[in-house]
Each structure stands twice: as structure tokens, then as C-alpha cells.
Design a protein around this ligand. Structure first.
Ligand SMILES: [Zn+2]
Length: 86
């Protein structure tokens, strides 16, 4: 009687395997998200192509440089033309 019940309880081992597979999937997913973030950061660093001629701060593009001028060098009257950075 007891042995029969014990055999009937074997399915939980199966459930453990399923739980493990789920954990592996979650780890894979986390690794994927981490990799995606790393790629985004790399792309952002690559896009920093405009350097402020006054303080050498890198910005993403010419429009950002103009915002940088407004914020950091508001008294600077002569701003470099966009053609300087193309
Ligand atoms: Zn600057």
C-alpha cells in the first residue's frame, strides 16, 4: 500500500525538471537583456561625434551642442557652424 503511494508521488520529480527549465529560461532572458543594454550603451558612445570647442565635452549631435552652448556657454556669441561637424 505504502509502496504504491510512493510510486504515485513520482511526478514531483518531473515538476522539478520543469522548474529548473523555467529558471534556465529566466537566466537566458536576463543575459539577453543585459547584452541588449550593453549594445545600446556602445551605440550611444559611438554617436558622440560633436566635441565642444570650448570645454571639450562630447555631445551626440550639433543640436545637442547648441543646447550645451545655451547651458554652459550662454555668453559665447560666435558658435561654430553645423558644417564644422559634418
Ligand atoms: Zn562646452
Amino acid at each position: 500500500m505504502e509502496k504504491t503511494r510512493a510510486r504515485g508521488l513520482s511526478p514531483p520529480a518531473n515538476a522539478m525538471v520543469r522548474g529548473h527549465a523555467k529558471q534556465v529560461a529566466q537566466e537566458k532572458n536576463a543575459a539577453k537583456q543585459k547584452a541588449a543594454k550593453g549594445t545600446q550603451r556602445f551605440d550611444a558612445a559611438k554617436k558622440l561625434t560633436v566635441v565642444c570647442p570650448i570645454c571639450r565635452t562630447s555631445v551626440v549631435n550639433y543640436a545637442m551642442l547648441m543646447q550645451h552652448y545655451d547651458a554652459k556657454h550662454p555668453k559665447e556669441k560666435s558658435r561654430p557652424p553645423e558644417s564644422d561637424f559634418s
